[in-house]
Design a protein around this ligand. Structure first.
Ligand code: 5GP
Ligand code: MN
Length: 320
């Protein structure tokens, strides 16, 4: 697949905008930061800006020093707009208009459900993370310490520190190359991945305490409403590790986590262990993602959201 990222920064490209997806996770933040730092270092004549929804505190160490822009950009045409880890146009979020105005558009991604919304797409669906895709696009000699830290952060977040099935031998070889750059990998893992705040621990405990089993123990589902989040002082940024914990429930094939995002709207996070293609399940509700990790949005109340998603999984698994 080797496509050199440098080939996209031709002479006529003077301005570049980079954007990630809504509700940015570690892979998204790591990828956009790595690309920003790479352009800044190796293409100093290009004016580059990074637009991103403000990530959770644990990921701010990446974007704070490079002054990422957390607001909707003023209309201004850029020569090239690059998205990282974005699977469809509606997931660009606040920089969507800038994308539509851009001279050229490039999408770098690893989602099997990618819709091909950009003019050019570098999509490698079986790779752990967008950061790993970017690693292959960069010349190793051009990756400095800061770029390596950002790429490594992206890789560990989407692979669960190299535990999920999307980890391949090549993923570990890429990680080894980043370790050789001298990154403080144990601090990155602890500070951006393992650490939980008091609020995050308590809210996870609440969801786990109330979770339900379906389909003869093949499916576990947990949920949370705004009212419950308020009780713990939690926001959606405090919820992202809950579905990973649910997936570890002994005997389950699928884990479902439903959380409120608007008055009558719920976001669903899906994970599977061995056979269920959750990207297909999410796709039935207008969402998408990966074979083992996907998501979608459902209108209605919390019970309805859980019921329809569990029914869809049961149908897919052929259980009742
Ligand atoms: P998470 O459950 O961590 O929010 O998302 C898991 C994966 O599914 C991520 O790769 C994410 O990009 C994708 N995903 C989550 N929600 C949606 C959605 O509403 N639409 C699409 N296309 N992908 C989603
Ligand atoms: Mn990703």
């Amino acid at each position: 697949m080797k496509k050199n990222i440098d080939d996209f920064f031709t002479n006529e490209i003077r301005t570049v905008a980079i954007a990630g997806h809504v509700n940015p996770d570690g892979d998204c933040v790591g990828s956009v930061t790595a690309l920003f730092l790479y352009i800044q270092k190796h293409f100093p004549d290009i004016s580059v800006k990074l637009y991103l929804e403000q990530p959770k505190e644990d990921l701010m160490f990446l974007v704070k020093p490079i002054r990422a822009i957390f607001e909707k950009p003023a209309a201004q045409k850029v020569d090239l707009f690059v998205t990282c880890d974005v699977s469809s146009f509606d997931r660009i979020g606040l920089a969507g208009e800038l994308f539509e105005e851009a001279g050229r558009t490039l999408c770098i991604d690893h989602h099997v459900s990618n819709t091909g919304f950009a003019e050019e797409t570098v999509l490698v669906p079986d790779v752990s993370s967008c950061a790993e895709v970017l690693f292959y696009m960069m010349e190793e000699g051009k990756i400095d310490l800061g770029i390596a830290e950002a790429l490594y952060t992206g890789m560990i977040h989407d692979s669960g520190v190299f535990q999920y099935k999307n980890t391949r031998p090549e993923t570990l070889e890429a990680a080894a190359a980043l370790l050789r750059k001298g990154i403080d990998f144990s601090s990155i893992i602890d500070n951006s991945f393992n650490t939980r705040t008091y609020v995050q621990n308590r809210v996870m405990g609440h969801v786990l305490e109330g979770c339900r089993m379906y389909g003869d123990g093949l499916i576990v589902a947990g949920s949370i409403t705004y009212e419950e989040m308020d009780q713990f002082g939690a926001t959606k940024k405090d919820l992202d590790m809950i579905v990973a914990q649910l997936r570890l429930t002994k005997g389950v094939e699928a884990a479902v986590f439903v959380y409120q995002t608007d008055e009558n709207e719920f976001k669903v996070s899906l994970r599977s262990n061995n056979v269920l293609n959750v990207a297909n399940v999410a796709g039935k509700f207008g969402g998408g993602g990966h074979v083992r990790a996907a998501g979608c949005t459902i209108e209605g109340d919390v019970d309805y959201a859980e019921r329809v998603i569990v029914a869809a999984i049961m149908a897919e698994l052929g259980v009742s």
